[in-house]
Design a protein around this ligand. Structure first.
Ligand code: SF4
Length: 476
């Protein structure tokens, strides 16, 4: 790559999100060299090999590698930059089925786009030959995260046979499949026979809870020892989004799933099982795993939310009464034709929240939430969701979506209400809970608070009957 091309380009070393999966990975040796060249060790979450922490772009939007000098467009550690960066715009990635390691070139690089095919082919031969040498192959075996996931905008140049063969040696042959809407029935059937997951389920014990986030997380599933295992591929590697689902003990499927994640993730601490309910914890602890509590789900009595009676619920009751007195309005079923108005309301609501002063974490959640709301609003029926809207002055000013976790527990998955209309939020929530109660709900689950104090306060305002413990399970 001629440096003139790199110095006039604005692609490399800059990233749209802080946790971009494209941020460079440094091996333990490369971290040592980079820190000796002046990068603070704190930029590397795991000294035994990790992706570097990005920093906000001082000159604009997004994030940059901390080694990048925005004033000169140069790498401050150019001679010590990691293999990941040395290869670019060539890239190592798995094919879509995660069966073959490929050498590709990233079409995001404008220089490569302008080069002739013979020149690219010659360079690819040289790079492939170099990568397939023993030293590099062993580095890739030790650090499998140097091989990225399949990307459609990376053009495949060569399969890397030696690397693939070496990585497959002694490894589990697990056939994973991308999670699609067509898998809802399969997953719900597996949830229904998972003893520990039923009872009073967490909101995560549902298909839609995960599927609506597929713009941020790539979900796949596999069957291990007759249990359906739901995996989530995030920027840092692969984890399980739920414990293995199915009838019978967890010992074998859990052991296989951890082995599979370890093979994919190497030493990364991303290897874990999320959303493990209390009822499974004695079993997993007895198997020698570590269980750590995360934010619990909020569970309410459906009758309490429907009536809002008594001194403790005086404030939400007064807010509902004020909305009815000043604005009127009824809860109507959500129809597909309401989609555009709801998406537009979401964006208005997000601006209201940001004007009110959302912190960094809350802002990041809000940015991510747009895609989840759009999926829920467009695939409502396929996801098994029930939706409702409230119109004020003929315009939709609130919408909500929910689903049944079992015949007696209804989960409120999304709720958006114009923050400038006093009492609208409590009104839509109460009316939606009333509808669920009329259909048999004894309990209402409103999910966790994502660690946000403002969200925790609004959930506490309704006095939850219980907090449902939720655990992350890791190997000791
Ligand atoms: S280490 Fe250097 S080449 Fe690699 S992303 Fe950072 S600034 Fe760019």
């Amino acid at each position: 790559m001629p440096s003139s091309a790199c110095l006039s380009c604005d692609v490399c070393c800059r990233f749209p999100e802080r946790d971009s999966f494209l941020r460079p990975f440094f091996t333990a040796d490369e971290i040592g060299t980079a820190t000796a060249a002046g990068l603070p060790p704190a930029l590397f979450p795991h000294p035994d090999g990790s992706q570097i922490d990005l920093v906000p772009n001082p000159d604009g939007e997004g994030y940059v590698c901390p080694a990048f000098d925005c004033a000169t467009s140069q790498c401050r550690i150019y001679e010590a930059r990691p293999l990941d960066c040395r290869l670019y715009p060539f890239a190592l990635m798995w094919d879509a089925m995660h069966e073959q390691v490929l050498l590709g070139w990233d079409t995001k690089c404008p220089y490569m786009r302008d080069q002739s095919s013979p020149l690219v082919a010659q360079a690819a031969d040289e790079v492939a030959g170099w990568i397939e040498q023993d030293a590099r192959v062993e580095t890739l075996v030790r650090y499998p995260r140097l091989i990225g996931r399949f990307q459609e905008d990376v053009i495949v140049l060569r399969p890397l046979e030696r690397v693939t063969e070496r990585l497959r040696q002694g490894r589990m042959q697990v056939r994973t499949q991308a999670l699609t809407l067509g898998d809802r029935e399969r997953m719900e059937a597996a949830l229904a026979v998972s003893a520990g997951v039923q009872g009073t389920p967490l909101a995560a014990a549902s298909f839609a809870y995960h599927y609506i986030w597929r713009h941020r997380v790539t979900y796949s599933w596999a069957v291990l020892h007759d249990h359906l295992c739901l995996f989530a591929d995030c920027p840092d590697g692969l984890f399980m989004a739920l414990p293995p689902l199915g009838a019978g003990p967890l010992a074998q499927p859990l052991a296989e799933a951890f082995r599979f994640m370890r093979e994919r993730n190497g030493d990364s601490r991303v290897t874990r099982v999320e959303n493990v309910p209390e009822a499974c914890i004695n079993e997993v602890r007895a198997l020698g795993y570590r269980a750590t509590a995360k934010e619990p789900d909020y569970l309410y009595e459906a009758s309490a939310l429907s009536d809002l009676s008594g001194e403790s619920l005086k404030s939400p009751r007064a807010a509902c009464n004020r909305f009815i007195r000043e604005r009127g309005g009824i809860l109507e079923p959500y129809e597909p034709r309401d989609q555009r108005a709801c998406v537009s309301l979401f964006h208005e609501w997000r601006e209201q929240k940001q004007r009110a002063g959302a912190d960094d974490w809350a802002s990041a959640l809000l940015a991510d939430a747009a895609g989840a709301h759009e999926t829920a609003l467009s695939d409502t029926a396929e996801l098994g969701l029930t939706g409702a809207v409230v119109r004020v002055g003929g315009r939709i000013r609130a919408y909500t979506m929910g689903l049944w976790l079992n015949p007696s527990v209804f989960c409120v998955l999304l709720e958006i209400a114009d923050r400038d209309i006093v009492g609208l939020g409590p009104f839509v929530f109460r009316e939606f809970c009333r509808q669920a109660r009329a259909k048999g709900a004894c309990w209402i689950n409103t999910m966790d608070d994502s660690g946000l104090p403002s969200l925790a306060r609004s959930k506490q305002w309704y006095h939850p009957a219980r907090l449902l413990p939720n655990y992350i399970v890791t190997e000791c």
